[in-house]
Structure formats: C-alpha cells, structure tokens
Write a protein that binds this ligand. Structure first.
Ligand code: DC
Length: 238
C-alpha cells in the first residue's frame, strides 16, 4: 500500500467518521488526524480564557484580534499506547475528554466559523501531510484542506439515527443529557456547518457518498477498503 496515500473523510456531525477513519488508518498503517478535535481544542481555549465568540448573525461585524490569541495556542496529537489512539493536547495538556462535553458541542460550530481560526487550523492540517500519508476526517478536508486527496468519502446518515448513536455514547460516558438535546445539537451543528461562509460542509464533486444509516462499522470499513482496492487497481493499469 502507498504510504503517502491521503484519505479525506467528511460528513455531518455524529456520522461515525472518526470510527471509520481510525479503523482505516490502522488497517493501512497511516496516521489518523481528527480535525474536529482541533476545532474543539481551540473552543476549549476560548471558553477557558473568556475569548468572545460571535454568533452567526454577529460574525460579519465582529472585530477581535483572533490571530493574536491563536499565537498562544499550541495543538498537538500524541499516540496513547494504552488505547491505541492519538489524543489531542492543548498547550501540552491532554484535553481528549474535556473537548467532548456538551458545552464544547454547543460552541464549536461558532468558533469554527471564525475565518482566522480556520486559516490557522487548515495550515496545521496541511502541514501534517509532510510526515507521510494520512486519514483525516472533518468537514472541509476533501474541499479545502486536501482538494487533491487520493480518496474522498462523504458520510451521511439519518439525523435521528445519528442522534441516537451520540446519545448512547454520551450516556455511557455518564453525561446527563436528553435525546432531544442531542438531536437539537446535531441538527443545529449541521445547519451551521453547511451555511457558514468559510469553507462550509459540502460534498466535493469527486467524493464518494457513504450513507451508513443501516450499515455496521465493519460494513462501512469494508466499503471504503473496496474503494481503495479499486483505486490501486486503476493506478496500476494507468
Ligand atoms: O467532527 P466533530 O464533530 O468533532 O467536529 C466538531 C466541529 O468542528 C463541527 O461541528 C464543525 C467543526 N469542524 C469544522 O468546521 N471543520 C473541520 N474540518 C472539522 C470540524
């Protein structure tokens, strides 16, 4: 397998992108980067340091020196051999758990609509490919971060099914939340992510749709592996 392969996985909130991306990275021996975790880490920094976050209506008229704030933020990933996952660090502190809270869920789409934030994180994400091939999941990976990715997958699933999956996950972690709240957050984030001005979530023209409403994790991974097989066949015959 080509170790410089770049696989972009985009899609709606709570579609299971990271589960598929991690499994693929493991099978293919590629790095996995969760770009959403980067936006979540910046959101955590903003909340902890009382950095103002404009709502969608205020975004245009809002002036704040985000570039200066971003200079104080260092985001990195470190492999945790205990669970086999790369975990996200904010200024040297492991924030993997904190960034999955409902509070972050509620703010992250606002923070990720800020132009300076996107510019900085896209630059870091692109730089990650200098270390070799990777699987990256997010919202704009196939459209903006890696428009020339070898393979682009666009994931979707019924919003109710996605909310139920996320609700189960949060309950298992002991988070006190109702299914209605989760559904509201999932649908609200979909709306903001697809309607923002700066690289909104949309399917790249050459992305392959993976609707996983009725698919198991194994079936989803098998679907993408088949696309990779087709890709390597076409590059062999080209
Ligand atoms: O994948 P996730 O749910 O952890 O992402 C959290 C938020 O970050 C999501 O609502 C939108 C934003 N995001 C983004 O704007 N661009 C990306 N490439 C990844 C995430």
């Amino acid at each position: 397998m080509n170790s410089r392969l770049i696989i972009a996985i985009d899609g709606y909130s709570s579609c299971g992108k990271s589960t598929v991306a991690k499994a693929l990275a493991g099978k293919l021996g590629l790095h996995y980067i969760d770009s959403g975790a980067m936006y979540r880490a910046v959101t955590l920094y903003f909340l902890e340091n009382d950095i103002p976050v404009p709502g969608p209506e205020e975004l245009h008229d809002f002036t704040y020196d985000y570039e200066k704030v971003l200079q104080q933020i260092n985001i990195s990933f470190r492999f945790n051999p205990e669970n086999g996952f790369s975990e996200v660090y904010l200024n040297g502190r492991n924030v993997e758990r904190e960034i999955r809270s409902m509070e972050i869920n509620e703010q992250v789409s606002h923070v990720s609509a800020i132009k300076a934030v996107r510019k900085r994180l896209v630059m870091l994400q692109q730089a990650a490919s200098s270390e070799g091939g990777l699987v990256m999941d997010g919202r704009d990976i196939g459209t903006t971060v890696f428009p020339h990715a070898d393979l682009k997958i666009f994931m979707k699933a019924d919003p109710m099914v996605r909310s139920q999956r996320r609700y189960k996950e949060l309950k298992e972690k002991g988070v006190n939340v109702s299914l209605e709240e989760v559904m509201q957050n999932v649908v609200g984030r979909d709306y903001e992510d697809t309607h923002r001005e700066e690289s909104p979530l949309r399917k790249a023209a050459d992305a392959i749709i993976l609707d996983n409403t009725h698919l198991t994790q194994e079936e989803q991974v098998a679907f993408v592996m088949e696309e990779i097989r087709k890709l390597s066949m076409s590059t062999k015959t080209a």
